[in-house]
Design a protein around this ligand. Structure first.
Ligand SMILES: NC(=O)c1ccc[n+]([C@@H]2O[C@H](COP(=O)([O-])OP(=O)(O)OC[C@H]3O[C@@H](n4cnc5c(N)ncnc54)[C@H](OP(=O)(O)O)[C@@H]3O)[C@@H](O)[C@H]2O)c1
Length: 250
């Protein structure tokens, strides 16, 4: 099982302070990685650092800001070490509305964080990985990239865009030993889905649509991320692992 060992490997988890990202950060640290957690709110990062055992660091950054991402790269490489693993997890979906009622500002906000943020972090950290010819990038996408979800057009477009980017990079970066893969969760109980979970009719609809009959827990996503980050997946690039209770299979 040493192929799963991440001892000493410097990892960055965007949106690592809460929800799915917090559990990914915890699992990477448990596998031995040195983990830089980022997100917009410093107090969330402080709480996460106190909560996780291991070598965990924090630096506030908005992934949709080119300047913030550049500072994040510079700070991480200077204080934690050369980054080998990037987990593009930060994401938002505050708008549940039909596309004909979506404003351009709402559309841009979702695309800015969920797609442009992945592009910026991947370009900046990926460039360092290419120089060193070593790296693994894991994007947290969604079943929304595969089956489409109602009233979340921008979110679906952004997540499908990330998966398209990963396939392109798999071709461009494989020869430089930089792998790019996706983990696509189904519905998971976090702040992002709190509104859906609190709505009995909606929650029941989701549970009924899911072969496993329930929403996932945030700690059920990280095993696939650790696998893709590790040498256990050294011949895997451009792939997506669905962790969705069977959602995509139906
Ligand atoms: N929950 C689900 O059912 C589900 C299903 C499929 C896919 N996903 C995906 O899984 C990922 C994590 O979702 P989650 O459910 O854990 O959401 P969450 O609990 O709402 O957490 C979102 C995280 O993203 C960070 N974030 C948001 N905007 C950011 C920005 N502009 N720059 C940097 N960080 C930002 C947040 O930190 P700050 O607020 O401190 O910035 C927070 O740590 C997302 O990509 C989401 O699309 C979730």
């Amino acid at each position: 099982m040493t192929v799963f060992d991440l001892s000493g490997r410097v990892s960055v988890v965007t949106g690592g302070g809460r929800g799915i990202g917090l559990e990914i950060s915890r699992s990477l640290a448990a596998a031995g990685a040195r983990v830089m957690i980022t997100g917009r709110q410093a107090k969330t990062l402080d709480a996460a650092k106190a909560d996780i055992e291991g070598d965990v660091f924090g630096f506030p950054a908005d992934v949709s800001s080119e300047e913030d991402v550049r500072q994040l790269v510079e700070h991480t490489e200077a204080t934690v070490g050369p980054v080998e693993i990037l987990v593009n997890n930060a994401g938002v979906n505050p708008y549940y509305k039909r596309t004909e009622h979506t404003t351009l500002d709402e559309w841009r906000h979702i695309i800015d964080v969920n797609l442009n943020g992945v592009f910026l972090c991947t370009r900046e950290f990926g460039s360092k990985m290419l120089e060193r010819q070593k790296g693994s990038i894991v994007n947290v996408t969604s079943v929304a990239a595969h089956t489409g979800l109602s009233r979340t057009g921008a979110y679906c477009a952004a997540k499908a865009g990330v998966e398209g980017l990963a396939k392109s990079l798999a071709q461009d970066w494989a020869s430089k030993n930089v792998r790019v893969n996706n983990v696509a969760p189904g519905y998971v109980k976090t702040d992002l889905t709190a509104g859906l979970s609190a709505n009995d009719a909606l929650r029941t609809k989701i549970e009924t649509r899911t072969p496993m009959g329930r929403l996932g827990d945030s700690d059920e996503i990280s095993g696939a991320v650790v696998y893709l980050a590790s040498d256990a997946a050294k011949y895997v690039t451009g792939a997506t692992i669905a962790v969705d209770g069977g959602w995509i299979a139906t």
